[in-house]
Design a protein around this ligand. Structure first.
Ligand code: NAP
Length: 323
């Protein structure tokens, strides 16, 4: 591959972080190539996790709220308007031993990368953690969900459950009381991890009940969730819970499989970036959004960090003579 074929910037992932990086890089004349992922029902699809939500009410600039997929369509159109090139494919391998760095699409065993770039911006996001129960794959979307805002509507006047004790679980539970007659939060301990303000809100909500020291042992149902079996973590006793819906909100896992053997990760699997920067330990490799943020995890913070990554990449390209 000659230097002429080497892109200045490749952006992997196309949620708010990746597409903001694309807007900024494109406007800086860096002709970014965005490898946006493949359509699927999971969070690593083009557009990221907002593609799985309904209304987004806290993204600034939209006083009446905006639908998640619509917001991402605007991000994408804005990036394309300034010349970002989009490829709707999934990256199968990266080689960060450059710069230039290599990116593979399709067969990862091929010797030559499909694309090369001086700067790589990683914005592959995160996906919801699952419980690891046998029925999960079969019943996701059929009574089992990881997204209250997407699916809450289907449980009007029903008894449903949320698993988890963090902010996500309580946020989902509170949201779900708009629809459900009762929401039982199942938590494996007797103390919540969630922030005080969320705890206060949940405790004040009549429709939310807590099942402390319990885990979900089984999810029942063939084509549709028909109930769950829960297990007491102190006594090991099991019992049935008569719910029609189960929302799993036990945290997220960053999409770092492609990079795990090449970049340093935090203990919880998130990519490490240098303080106040999007730089990783490798020259020309930057990370932004939920793949490196285990604290805020908001669309607007992801977008902000995408902007940081584009500016960091631009400055690095300039200083390294590739600008
Ligand atoms: P989290 O804080 O990591 O909480 C995960 C919860 O799930 C914990 O209570 C954990 O139990 C439980 N859990 C984990 N694995 C489990 C399993 N296999 N079975 C049963 N329970 C399990 O994750 P999060 O709630 O998604 O929040 C992540 C970050 O985003 C936090 O920093 C949070 O503050 C932030 N966030 C903020 C907001 C907001 O401000 N509006 C909303 C959502 C998220 P243990 O407690 O026993 O570990």
């Amino acid at each position: 591959m000659t230097n002429q074929n080497i892109h200045k910037t490749i952006i992997i992932g196309s949620g708010p972080a990746g597409l903001t990086a694309a807007i900024y890089s494109a406007r800086a004349n860096l002709s970014p190539l965005v490898i946006e992922g493949e359509p699927s029902s999971t969070s690593d699809q083009p557009g990221g996790q907002l593609m799985l939500t309904t209304e987004v009410e806290n993204y600034p600039g939209f006083p009446d709220g905006v639908m998640g997929p619509e917001l991402m369509m605007h991000f994408r159109a804005q990036a394309q308007r300034f010349g970002a090139e989009m490829i709707t494919e999934k990256v199968s391998r990266v080689d960060l031993s450059g710069p230039p760095h290599g990116v593979w699409i399709g067969d990862p065993t091929r010797a030559e990368p499909t694309h090369q770039a001086w700067a790589i911006i990683i914005s592959t996001g995160a996906k919801p953690l699952m419980l690891g129960l046998e029925a999960e794959e079969r019943l996701i979307g059929h009574g089992l969900s990881t997204c209250a805002t997407c699916d809450g509507f289907f449980f009007r006047n029903q008894h449903i459950s949320v698993v988890g004790g963090g902010d996500s679980a309580l946020e989902e539970a509170i949201f779900l009381t708009r629809f459900a007659s009762k929401v039982t939060v199942i938590h494996r301990r007797d103390e919540l991890r969630a922030s005080k303000i969320m705890q206060d809100r949940a405790f004040a909500n009549d429709r939310i009940k807590f099942l402390w020291n319990h885990v979900v042992a089984k999810i029942r149902g063939e084509e549709k969730l028909t109930g769950i079996e829960v297990r007491n973590t102190l006594t090991n006793e099991t019992s049935d819970l008569d719910v029609t819906g189960l929302f799993i909100a036990i945290g997220h896992r960053p999409n770092t499989d492609l990079f795990a053997d090449q970049l340093a990760l935090k203990e919880n699997g998130y990519l490490i970036t240098k303080p106040d920067s999007s730089r990783t330990e490798i020259e020309g490799v930057f990370a932004c959004g939920d793949v490196q943020d285990d604290v805020y995890r908001q669309a607007v913070t992801a977008a902000g960090s995408g902007c940081m990554a584009a500016i960091d990449a631009e400055r690095w390209l300039e200083s390294a003579g590739h600008g």
